[in-house]
Design a protein around this ligand. Structure first.
Ligand code: ADP
Ligand code: MG
Length: 245
């Protein structure tokens, strides 16, 4: 099944399109790295994919249904750029934040033991069961990422979309975090990852979409590495970030 399908999608906030004529399919089980220079339309494209913005023209489907038919939270776990950068200021514990992942299924106030078990399992999966009673805004960057992922797991998301999730996270936590993403992907969850560090993306993702308003490349990581898409898309901006182990 196709998880996300974009056909000739164009979107502008004002005069200049932020995303232009983008067509691409993300298949279920893909681990897609979405890359491009600063301001190249990555976040905008992700918002379009998830139905948070409506395109000016073109067609978008999620799991082979028009994206505007989707309920908030249905099948999708989204970790926004703001969430991870600012960490959220809501005074909630990790367990409460992860429990919110169940609301899409049962609604407020209808949390049962079975839901609590799913929450506990999600906390175990990401390795933060010991932090369940801590406030989210007291966590380190790396721990906070895990809390957001746990919420997505608890919601039984089929698609996990992450916008620069490791900004401000130390290298060691970041490696562990990407290992977690890989194992979630191995268990069948489709992943779309925006990441400014090209080295990380080519190490971890099996497919790459490279954009700068328009799509410069979409295909497997190997064909991306062998192509000129990177220099073409980043061209004059010279903002390529290479990660060295
Ligand atoms: P990226 O995530 O690749 O850094 P964005 O999708 O955030 O890029 O932004 C793409 C372009 O759209 C940029 O030129 C940015 O300034 C502009 N943009 C982003 N969000 C808004 C907004 N809410 N209103 C107006 N322009 C915006
Ligand atoms: Mg962005």
């Amino acid at each position: 099944m196709t998880a996300v399908s974009l056909e000739d999608v164009t979107f502008a906030y004002g005069e200049q399109p932020a995303v232009q004529d983008v067509s691409l399919d993300v298949e279920e089980g893909d681990f897609l790295g979405l890359i491009g220079p600063n301001g190249s339309g990555k976040t905008t494209l992700l918002h379009l994919m998830l139905g948070l913005l409506s395109p000016d023209s073109g067609r978008i489907e999620l799991f082979e249904r028009p994206v505007d038919e989707f309920e908030a939270g249905e099948r999708i776990g989204y970790v926004s750029q703001q969430a991870t950068n600012r960490g959220g200021t809501m005074p909630v514990t990790v367990r409460e934040a992860v429990t919110m992942g169940r609301f899409a299924h049962v609604g407020h106030g209808r949390i049962r033991d079975a839901d609590r078990e799913i929450v506990d399992e999600a906390l175990e999966t990401v390795g933060i069961a010991n932090l369940a009673d801590r406030q989210v805004n007291q966590l380190s960057g790396g721990q906070r990422q895990r809390a957001y992922i746990a919420r997505a797991i608890a919601s039984e998301a089929d698609l996990l979309a992450l916008d620069e999730p490791t900004v401000g996270v130390d290298a060691e936590s970041r490696d562990a975090f990407y290992q977690l993403l890989e194992s979630l992907n191995d268990s069948g969850i489709t992943i779309i990852l925006i990441e400014h560090d090209i080295g990380v993306v080519t190490d971890r993702a099996d497919r790459i979409a490279c954009i700068n308003t328009e799509l410069f490349h979409h295909g497997d990581t190997e064909s991306f590495v062998e192509s000129d898409a990177l220099t073409e898309a980043y061209g004059a901006t010279g903002q390529v970030v290479h990660h060295h182990h």
